[in-house]
Every structure is written in C-alpha cells, then in structure tokens.
Design a protein around this ligand. Sequence first.
Ligand code: BDR
Ligand code: CA
Length: 312
Amino acid sequence: MRKIVIDTDPGQDDAVALLLALASPELDVLGITTVAGNVPLALTQRNARIVCELAGRSDMPVFAGATHPMVRPLVTAEYVHGKTGLNGPELWDPTMPLRKEHAVDFIIKTLRLNRDGAVTLCVLGPLTNIALALIKAPDIAAHIREIVLMGGGCFEGGNTTPAAEFNIYVDPHAAKVVFQSGVPLVVMPLDLTHKALTTRERVARFAGLGNKVGTFTAEMLDFFERFDKEKYGSEGAPLHDPNVIAYLLKPEIYRGREVNIEIETESDLCLGMTVVDWWRVTGRKANALYMRGIDDNAFFELLFERLARYSD
Ligand code: BDR
Ligand code: CA
C-alpha cells in the first residue's frame, strides 16, 4: 500500500479525486488536509468531511490549513463550483470531527514519522499548505517520496488569466517554493486535464452505477460542467484533480516529459504562469515530470470501476 496525504480545496473535481482514493486499496490515505482555494477554508474543510462521510470513512483524519495564500489576498472560484464549492447534490452538515491540529503541522509530523521516504503528497489545490510546511520544517523535503499535483499549463494557456491556471494563480509564491524545493514533482496541468472531459455519456455512467456515490458524483458533475462547457465550447468539463490519484494507480495511462518549470511571481500580466521549458532551451535542470498525454477512456473506466465499489 502506498502512503499518501491528500491536500485539497473541494471542489467537485477534488471530491471525485477523494472518492477515487478512498475506494482504492492500493492507497493508504494517512490524512486529508484542506486549504482555501475554490471556496474559503471554512467550506473546503466542511466539504472534505462531507465527502468522507459519503465514502463511509468518518474515521478519516481531516485537518484545516491555511485560510489565505502566503502573500496575496485569496481569490476563489464560486463562479465555477457554486457558493458551497460542491453545488449540485444536496449537502448535509457533517458530524465527523475536524481535527484540532493545523494541517501544516500534520504534514510535518507525518513526514518526520516516515523518514524512509514512503509518503507521497497529492495536491489538488493551491500549494499554500505544502510551501508553509517546507518553510517551517525544511528537513521534511528529503523525506517526501514525491509530490503529485494538479496545476499549471503551457500549451493550453491559463484558465484563470490568459497566462495562469487557478491553483498556481491563487498562490504563486507557494508554488515557487514547491517548484524550487528539489522534491520530485509530477505535474498534471491543463494540457492534460483538458483531454479528460465529463461527456454526457460519462456522467450518465456515473448516474447508473447504482449507488449513492454514483448519484452524488453525477449531480456534482452536472453542475460543474455547465460553466466550462460554455467557456470552452466543449462536450463537457475537464475533470482535473482525479488525475493526481489515477496517476498513482495507473501511471501507464499517462505520458510526459522531464522538464524545468519556473513560476512567475513578479509580473502583473503573467502572475502565476508556469514557465515550462518543454523544448529544453534554457539548459536549466529539470525539476518536474510534466504530463501531457492521457488515455482518457482508461481514466474514466478506472473511475467507474472504483466508484462502483461503494456500497450504500
Ligand atoms: C483546478 O482549480 C480548481 O478549480 C479545480 O478544483 C482544480 O484543482 C483547475 O484549474
Ligand atoms: Ca482543486
């Protein structure tokens, strides 16, 4: 079993990623840490607990982390995810507890307890918690197996500004810390996630799984895709975050390249841009495996198969 910590800002696509991870016996989810992003922290930590309860995992330790980015004011995305962050299905007040420990301290403690480099960090939102942990406890960098994150873009441009993807745009200073940390990085950018679309047929497959998780997922995706379909004129919305988890389960369905990536933190125009040296023109050392190719049918088949495992 592979040990992971999931850092997240749910978010419908984050929720699907959590459901995939919690249905997968290959993964040992040590805890879920939450961050402000798609919606403020008070909602992301609540949404993470709702998803754990839906998955029948009210035992899962869930932690609250940063309420805002390291330097800039928080930018949220209710225009995509709705006021709650998880609009679509009917939500409830979760009864499972939020742990008292701060997410950043949980991340540091967990990595220090696993000095053998066994823990992978799966990051589905702005990188604030991860950067704060690396700054507070620089020794942990050496103990992280790898960080697999959803963020950035190059060939597709940005989805929040013409230059920047949401997770990196929200906290570019945190992203810079992580990309310069020397920790092995796997990046799932827009260039990849824009090839993993929630078509009508796929949403219907979730709806037809015959369990509560399938219905909840279809209702979330119905809401989630309305904005992106109009924006991109596409058949559905990119299902971004579950790619982070799917990569751990089926790396063979992804293709990418080791490249250097630097983060723009100075320019107004290009703030939060991931400057990807795809053609290796700079001579700068590669710091990330940047994914661009996906077998999208295999990705969705994995999701259908895993989410069907939930019993009501
Ligand atoms: C990323 O931003 C959020 O809206 C999604 O949850 C995803 O993590 C895509 O740009
Ligand atoms: Ca997210």
